[in-house]
Design a protein around this ligand. Structure first.
Ligand code: NAP
Ligand code: F7E
Length: 338
């Protein structure tokens, strides 16, 4: 039985990856930082049998002493390093924490593997945020990087750290350059989940409008379950490499909002311009959406679009959920929750 460690297992991707690895028969271990509630985050969505089969190690990725111990004692076949300060907005207000968690945390794991567990295959959660101010469209593994946030810069350092350890020490270390992927387990501050929650609230008679930032930003949004499987496929490949996972299609935040209201059979019409723009229910005249400048970013990634040909050709990976299906899934989950 293969043995895998997942850092960031309490997050969105940690949930889908642990479910996938348990499903294909792995002995799954999770690395979790302590909080006062000893919360397991998204792992609560696993069933009891899945939870019973998990082994938890408590620790923070910035503490190299516990990272060394867990890696040395665990002798894992695979380590999936997903733990990060992953919210781009928060990286502007907390750049130091973002660098420490995302760069030092990654260095701690690759170095522990180099010192104590050379056979371990390592996956790093890189990101389309590396492309930031895009230098060519669509973006693939050869596109130059231009990060636009402390988060993007920190992940660029992680990306190169992994590549450098791979080349310098002949270790199996791969980067997954994943474009945005979403689900009903997405953190509540990310725009897709925020929209889905607000639309469910309004559909059930709520009156609080959705307060949002840049409606024009475009993202290549896929379903997180597909991407978790892709992470595993990256580590099953014959040699370590870097892979883009994306859908090859992008949509604006505005399109996501419109599509989300369509799921609950509500129409939205747009009035006004700039920060005065609002989205209105044409039947009632009620405001459904308003702009709140607090959600604008000091530097924005305006548009992003991935080319996943390499992953399709070499790994046989492809996304299975379309944009309307993803929006429907997320809004319906919120309708059930609220
Ligand atoms: P997420 O939901 O924000 O999960 C982040 C995880 O990291 C959580 O489990 C969190 O634990 C953990 N963590 C944060 N700081 C830690 C620390 N100091 N020590 C130990 N654990 C720590 O993120 P996600 O959406 O699942 O994404 C997974 C990874 O993929 C992240 O590295 C992210 O940057 C990257 N990524 C995500 C996307 C996407 O669209 N989702 C795209 C590209 C790359 P707590 O529960 O304690 O907060
Ligand atoms: O923003 C705009 C915002 O925070 C998407 C992370 O998983 O994917 C994620 O990063 C877009 C941006 O995700 C609001 O300005 C408008 O243009 O959902 P987001 P993100 O920044 O793309 C990448 C690939 C990662 O690696 C990251 O870890 O939506 N936007 N209004 C808003 N965004 C938020 N959060 N909230 C708003 O009200």
């Amino acid at each position: 039985m293969k043995k895998a460690l997942i850092t960031g297992i309490t997050g969105q991707d940690g949930f889908f990856l642990s479910r996938w690895l348990l499903g294909v028969g792995y002995d799954v271990h999770g690395f979790i930082r302590r909080n006062s509630a000893a919360s397991l985050g998204n792992l609560h969505a696993l069933n009891q049998d899945e939870l019973d089969r998990l082994t938890i190690h408590w620790g923070d990725v910035t503490d190299h002493t516990i990272v060394d111990t867990v890696v040395r004692e665990g002798q894992f076949d695979e380590v999936y390093h997903l733990a990060a300060q992953s919210f781009v907005s928060a990286s502007f207000t907390n750049p130091s924490l973002t660098y420490k968690t995302n760069i030092e945390g990654t260095l701690n794991f690759v170095n522990a593997i180099k010192e104590y567990s050379k056979h371990t295959r390592f996956y790093f959660a890189a990101t389309s945020e590396l492309y930031g101010k895009v230098q060519q469209t669509p973006q693939d593994e050869r596109t130059p990087f231009y990060p636009r946030s402390p988060y993007g810069v920190s992940k660029l350092a992680g990306f190169w750290t992994v590549k450098n350890y791979r080349e310098a020490y002949q270790l199996f270390m791969s980067n997954g350059i994943l474009f945005n992927h979403e689900s009903e387990h997405r953190g509540k501050e990310f725009v897709t989940r925020k929209i889905a929650q607000a639309v469910a609230h309004l559909a059930k008679g709520g009156t609080e409008p959705l307060l949002i930032g840049n409606l024009e930003a475009k993202r290549d949004w896929g379903f997180a379950g597909d991407y978790a499987k892709g992470m595993w496929m990256i580590l099953q490949h014959g040699f370590a490499d870097d892979f883009v996972l994306a859908t090859g299609e992008n949509h604006s935040v505005r399109e996501f909002v419109t599509e989300a209201f369509r799921v609950v059979q509500m129409e939205i019409v747009w009035q006004g311009e700039g920060t005065q723009e609002i989205g209105v229910n044409p039947k009632t005249g009620n405001t459904l959406v308003a702009i709140d400048p607090q959600y604008f970013r000091p530097a924005e990634v305006d548009t992003i679009l991935g080319n996943y040909t390499k992953a399709k050709t070499l790994l046989g990976w492809h996304p299975s959920v379309t944009f309307p299906e993803l929006v429907k899934r997320m809004v319906e989950a919120e309708m059930e929750r609220s």
